[in-house]
Design a protein around this ligand. Structure first.
Ligand SMILES: C[S@@+](CC[C@H](N)C(=O)[O-])C[C@H]1O[C@@H](n2cnc3c(N)ncnc32)[C@H](O)[C@@H]1O
Length: 242
């Protein structure tokens, strides 16, 4: 019997109360904090960022503030994760090196920077520039060089390709940066075992929780925004999924 515990709160507060060394895999997709960067540039994307992210209030910190928030996040993560536990954290490619430096100061061993490629991205500005179709993810193991890696002899590339989140999944998630379920399942399958515990401290509409539950993992999810929290709750608990 697996357990699901989700919280509508600031992740730093909740992680301070979780049991030390109780998490096997942290799988999370925090705000990339590109709101200010994009707003200050004269692009169509600037407008989109303002509408979806800047105005959402969680994507527009200045760089120093963001760095400090990630420092607090890795500090709490180092308390709650087991030795040998893994972390996958999605991030803008622009921020990868900074994040690795912060993670290493908290005992996380850096393994990989990988790419998620979307096969059908929005063809925005396709006649004047390269269409944005990728996001990065970083893979760390806490205080060990190797963690669970259920590859069964198969070779896994540092690259995963899926379509963008389907309309069927979006119907219930309604989050501007909702990830496809198959993407989260990929990491849960490979980096944890049934019965283990997955934490997503920035759970948004709860995609990690939906995937964790289907794969028989315990799940702890945290979301600060009440509206997204309610959506995550109904997706995870009431099985409102595509
Ligand atoms: C990129 S979204 C996650 C989307 C998610 N992967 C999904 O599929 O729906 C990041 C989320 O983190 C939440 N957030 C931002 N700061 C937070 C904090 N301090 N504690 C908890 N949640 C936070 C935001 O409200 C936002 O919904």
């Amino acid at each position: 019997m697996i357990s699901i515990n989700i919280y509508n709160d600031d992740c730093i507060e909740v992680m301070s109360r979780l049991e030390n060394g109780s998490i096997d895999l942290i799988l999370t997709d925090p705000p990339y904090n590109l709101g200010n960067f994009m707003k200050n540039r004269d692009t169509n994307l600037g407008k989109m960022r303002k509408n979806f992210f800047g105005d959402a209030g969680w994507d527009d910190m200045d760089f120093k503030e963001w760095e400090e928030s990630m420092n607090r996040f890795f500090d709490k993560s180092s308390n709650v994760i087991k030795t040998g536990g893994s972390m996958i954290i999605f991030m803008s490619i622009l921020k990868v090196e900074t994040l690795i430096k912060i993670a290493e100061t908290h005992g996380f061993y850096y393994k990989t920077t990988g790419i998620w490629h979307k096969t059908n991205p929005m063809p925005r500005n396709m006649n004047i520039q390269f269409v944005n179709s990728t996001e990065a993810w970083l893979y760390f193991v806490y205080k060990k060089r190797t963690g669970t890696f259920n590859n069964d002899g198969a070779m896994y590339h540092d690259f995963i390709e899926t379509s963008v989140t389907s309309n069927g999944e979006r119907r219930y998630g309604k989050h501007p940066t909702q990830k496809p379920e198959i993407l989260m399942s990929h990491f849960i399958d490979l980096l944890s075992n049934p019965g283990e515990t997955i934490l997503d401290p920035f759970m948004g509409s709860g995609t990690t929780g939906v995937a964790a539950k289907k794969l028989d993992r315990n799940f702890i999810g945290i979301e600060i925004d009440e509206c997204y929290f309610k959506i995550a709750k109904s997706r995870i608990n009431e099985d409102k999924q595509a």
